[in-house]
Ligand binder design. Structure first.
Ligand code: PGA
Length: 239
């Protein structure tokens, strides 16, 4: 499976900085073994997609609403993202599960909306530190996968990202054995064709070791994706 290195830009940057970052990523994107995806904040998706038109870097969003349209002030529908040039959408990130009360049911509905709009969903799962310390990491992740993946997910090329909550933005990562164990469980749950990304403090220094683990088909990168050089170094580490 061709690896995917996805950048989650979260709520960072400006219009000018986003386009500049996209162009710097694009400049290093030729001849990579990995596919690249960048996910800017909503207002910058169209400009970034325009600057990457026809280039080997895909553009995604960081969320969408489950409805196609309607009276949902402040929300963005999946077809609007597609219209603006996005091909992917991150869903169920822990910052949305925790900060916006998103349940598995909500994430599943968003995933269905994404697929209906022709977007590839990237659905995030991951345990908290308390859950890991209680020995529940695998059970939590299995339950999130069972509850968050919509029908037709595998057929639509849906992607799962394992992001332990305690590893996001902290500089901490699970051991390689722990990542491998969760990814083996995920592989069993989703089947052979679904890409499984690892996310949480992926940096150029640890990328090669993480990306070499079995059933790790790429990375979802937060902080390091804001620096083109670091993001590309991670992509090169994918082989
Ligand atoms: P991080 O974020 O790489 O900054 O830990 C990953 C993510 O939240 O997707």
């Amino acid at each position: 499976m061709r690896p995917l290195i996805a950048g989650n830009w979260k709520m960072h940057g400006s219009l000018r900085a986003s386009v500049a970052l996209a162009e710097s990523v694009r400049a290093g994107a030729d001849d990579l073994a990995a596919e690249l995806l960048v996910c800017p904040p909503f207002p910058y998706i169209q400009a970034v997609a325009m600057s990457l038109l026809g280039q080997p870097v895909a553009v995604g969003a960081q969320d969408c609403h489950p409805a196609v349209q309607g009276a949902h002030t402040g929300d963005v529908a999946a077809p609007m993202l597609r219209d603006c040039g996005a091909t992917h959408v991150i869903l169920g990130h822990s910052e949305r599960r925790a900060g916006h009360g998103e349940t598995d049911v909500v994430v599943k509905a968003k995933g269905a909306a994404a697929i209906a709009a022709g977007l590839t969903p990237v659905i995030c799962v991951g345990e908290t530190l308390a859950q890991r310390e209680a020995g529940q990491a695998e059970a939590v992740v299995r339950a999130q996968v069972a509850g968050s993946l919509p029908d037709g997910f595998a057929e639509a090329g849906g992607i799962v990202a394992y992001e332990p909550v305690w590893a996001i933005g902290t500089g901490k990562t699970p051991t390689e054995a722990d990542i491998a164990a969760i990814h083996a469980a995920l592989r069993q749950a989703v089947g052979p064709d679904t890409r499984l990304l690892y996310g949480g403090s992926v940096k150029p220094a640890n990328a090669a070791a993480i990306l070499a683990l079995p059933h790790v088909d790429g990375a979802l990168v937060g902080g390091a994706s804001l620096i083109a050089e670091d993001f590309l170094a991670i992509a090169r580490a994918a082989g």
